[in-house]
Design a protein around this ligand. Structure first.
Ligand SMILES: CC(C)(COP(=O)(O)OP(=O)(O)OC[C@H]1O[C@@H](n2cnc3c(N)ncnc32)[C@H](O)[C@@H]1OP(=O)(O)O)[C@@H](O)C(=O)NCCC(=O)NCCS
Length: 174
């Protein structure tokens, strides 16, 4: 994966220590955490430092490539691609609530996907969203993902399994 990805409005770069305050501020939001499988809630500054601290090893091990999504004013969210044991790769993202509905998630995920597709092959990219997360369903559909099924996935914030609609990238055409 490339170190930095540039889009029309965004720069995606590796997370770094100076992102910790912004991550903690934007991630400590029930509307964000409840839609993600691994993000705890409440979310503390220590958790942000721990997450940032893991990134280098995850990258070097080829397990996960996580990017800070930044606009002209700084950190606005995260986007990444994770390798699964079955050979598929999964894309994930979150955007801080003040920045929703500007097209940022779609723009960031499109860049991570294009880079990942070149590296891994389009047929291997999967994703999914909790059943009530219509905005994420829209993002993935816009990117060319199609529904493949459903399963119950653990949600750290809710501390329970939640119905999740699974998707696979059919094509990267828009
Ligand atoms: C889901 C999320 C990433 C979307 O980020 P975003 O930057 O607002 O996304 P975009 O602006 O690129 O696209 C959002 C799309 O959803 C649509 N949308 C927003 N709220 C919606 C809702 N309640 N129902 C249906 N569609 C909705 C928008 O209109 C837009 O579609 P459009 O371009 O066709 O108009 C953001 O809401 C978020 O971070 N949520 C919490 C974490 C999360 O859900 N992560 C994904 C886990 S699968």
């Amino acid at each position: 994966m490339q170190e930095e990805l540039k889009t029309e409005r965004l720069l995606l770069r590796p997370l770094c220590e100076r992102d910790a305050d912004r991550i903690a501020a934007l991630a400590n939001n029930w509307n964000v955490a409840r839609m993600l499988s691994r993000m705890p809630y409440p979310y503390t500054l220590d958790m942000a430092h721990e997450w940032i601290g893991k990134q280098k090893a995850l990258r070097e091990g080829g397990e996960e490539f996580g990017y800070a999504v930044t606009d002209g004013e700084g950190f606005v969210g995260g986007c990444g691609i994770q390798a699964h044991a079955d050979g598929t790769h999964e894309i994930g993202y979150w955007i801080g609530e003040p920045y929703w509905n500007r097209g940022y998630a779609t723009e960031a995920a499109r860049a991570v996907l294009a880079d990942g597709v070149a590296r891994f092959g389009a047929e291997t990219i999967v994703s999914g969203h909790y059943w009530e997360n219509h905005a994420s369903g829209r993002v993935l559909t816009k990117l060319g993902f199609r529904y493949t099924g459903e399963e119950y996935r653990w949600c750290a914030a809710r501390q329970e399994k939640v119905r999740c609609l699974t998707m696979r990238l059919a094509r990267l055409d828009n």
